[in-house]
Ligand binder design. Structure first.
Ligand code: PLP
Length: 420
């Protein structure tokens, strides 16, 4: 073994045992070389994936957008990591904790082709993005651009910096069915003034599932001297992209969503030359101003979660992100295509395959979305969430890789019955 391979292997060994994945690997071997769009409809393959999960039989879970719970093997390893940290105690904390966090950051970065020194492991998207919003050197009158359909926690933090530093927030409203990318880019461009410093945009809007043209928005904003922060809560490990393709300045995501990593895991990417622009949330020690670890001090944290992230990445690698993305898109189209033209039913998610992933939003005219969600749960045992936000009224439907077409058929039948 050469020195490089030895060091790499020794580093990974410090992260604990790897997953077994024998059933997933044999299912993958049977579809190797087949185009992911064809594998997307191969129910035998996806039943093998479903077998990796422990699924509560009491209801059909179509609310995976909040938390994509772990497959069993990842969970068992997470429990082992907890035992190990508890067994080694302060010895782990003093000798392995920081080194492992950096190895994990490198692995999270690798998924999107970023460099480890641009990646911090956080607890969730809220921590990642609020760190940037709260950490900018705002001056009174500076402006920020965002959308009414963005996530509440970030909108609230922008309101806070508005109160605290006099930042002016300019909100656009993203149409649910844009004509083309230019409509979206022009919308964001229309809110930029010569005082704008930061533009926040969702990679995938959480309440509709719409994917936005991030690269084009970044190019437009950069040409006007505006930095772009992307809310990737729903895009990381859901759609296959490389950070270089987006060219954004900041990107935050929750790893407990589409990566199916343990709860309380997130990532923050900061372009190397922007690290120095952000004040940390909590002051860290002696790091260079462009060292990402400056932004990553939160005190003693549940470090076993870091180790579980690596297992979640292992699972995703074995499954294949391209296969996963193709299946998730297929599942969304499977049910929306049956309801799009149905009387009194409104689909709030674009049909264009480049503008969505797994998430879809459906409404029935005349219903309150929360009552509709309750009715689906109580009368049909289908678990979803009702959304009532500017421009978006309806149920958010989020299948995951273990969801079957039969489960979606139950949703379609229920919506048809309730809209009759
Ligand atoms: C678009 C978006 N941003 C941010 C978040 C916040 O994620 P977390 O609660 O994991 O910080 C969510 C959560 O659903 C989200 O959908």
């Amino acid at each position: 073994m050469d020195k490089r391979t030895f060091l790499k292997t020794a580093g990974l060994a410090g992260l604990g045992a790897t997953l077994n994945l024998s059933s997933l690997k044999s299912a993958v071997a049977a579809v190797e070389g087949i185009d992911p769009s064809r594998v997307a409809t191969d129910e035998d393959f996806w039943l093998a994936v479903r077998g990796d999960y422990s699924i509560k039989p009491d209801y059909i879970n179509l609310e995976n957008g909040y938390y994509c719970f772990m497959p069993q093997d990842t969970l068992e390893h997470q429990i082992q990591h907890m035992r190990r940290v508890n067994y080694e105690g302060s010895y782990y904390m003093r000798n392995a904790r920081q080194k492992n966090k950096r190895i994990v950051a490198a692995k999270v970065a690798e998924v999107v082709g970023a460099s480890a020194d641009e990646m911090a492991i956080t607890r969730n998207t809220t921590e990642s993005l609020d760190l940037v919003i709260g950490g900018m050197d705002w001056q009174p009158g500076d402006e920020a651009v965002m959308a009414e359909q963005d996530y509440g926690a970030m909108l609230n933090h922008f309101k806070l910096v508005g109160k605290r530093f006099g930042v002016v927030n300019r909100l656009v409203s993203v149409p649910n069915h844009p004509k083309d990318d230019d409509e979206i880019v022009d919308l964001y461009a229309s809110a930029i003034t010569d005082k704008t410093r930061l533009l926040m945009v969702c990679h995938m809007i959480n309440i509709t599932g719409q994917v936005l043209p991030i690269r084009k928005i970044c190019d437009m904003a950069h040409a006007r001297g505006v930095e772009v922060m992307v809310d990737g809560a729903h895009a990381y490990s859901h759609i296959d992209f490389q950070m270089a393709d987006l060219d954004c300045d900041y990107y935050g995501a929750s790893l407990h969503k589409w990566l199916s990593a343990p709860l309380g895991s997130g990532m923050l990417y900061v372009k190397k030359d922007k690290i120095d622009n952000v004040w940390p949330l909590l002051a860290a020690g002696n790091f260079d101003s462009n060292d990402i670890r400056r932004l990553n001090h939160i005190g003693t944290d549940p470090v076993h979660v870091d180790l579980g992230i690596v297992n979640a990445i292992e699972y995703q690698k074995a499954l294949g992100l391209k296969r996963k993305e193709a299946r998730l898109k297929y599942l969304q189209q499977y049910w929306t295509s049956q309801l799009r033209d149905h009387p009194r039913v409104i689909i709030n998610t674009p049909a264009d395959v480049n503008r969505h992933g797994a998430i879809g939003n459906v409404h029935i005219e005349g219903w309150d979305p929360r009552e509709l969600a309750d009715t689906l749960f109580n009368d049909y045992r289908i678990f979803t969430v009702g959304i009532n936000r500017p421009g978006v009224v309806g149920l958010r439907i989020t299948p995951n890789v273990y969801t079957t077409p039969d489960e979606l058929d139950a949703l379609v039948a229920a919506i048809k019955e309730l809209s009759a």
